[in-house]
Design a protein around this ligand. Sequence first.
Ligand code: HEM
Length: 140
Amino acid sequence: MELLKHFINVTKLHPILVNFTAALIPFSIFTDCVAKYKNAVNLRDFGWWTLLCAAVVTPVTAAAGWLFWMKDDNGVAGMTIHKWLGTGIAVLLFGLFYFRHRFYRQQKFVSSLYIIVAILFVLALIYQGHLGGIQTYSGM
Ligand code: HEM
């Protein structure tokens, strides 16, 4: 475990992987919205594939976050939220993916309910990134 922690600290894997999570989820939802509006099947499939990639990478992002935890993160309210919100996002993303997968199986465009839930998800993700950024860059 110590070796893995050292690897994560040296490679800065968490700040690298957050970019994938932060790009893939909003991109998937944006693509699904445009696909629904334009009636574009190719884009619709793209929305599913990008969410699949996000569902694969995000648990690794969250796990890397746990291993990236530093002493000065202890006791910081924003980082406590960041820790649990990030873990929650990684778990709930499976639910969002399951929801999205039903439309994929039926070869349908996503519903308005899905878009609303997904937008709430993106808002939580923005807040999550904001909290991580504050902690990393506030001392600069
Ligand atoms: C969806 C999941 C997550 C996202 C999108 C995310 C996002 C971020 C971002 C954008 C940063 C700033 C990195 C930079 O630009 O250099 C950051 C830093 C950090 N995150 Fe996360 N994070 C997630 C989950 C987690 C989890 C579950 C933990 C676990 C404890 C965690 C721990 C940390 C730590 C320790 C830092 C560095 C803070 C410092 O510089 O002291 N993150 N995160």
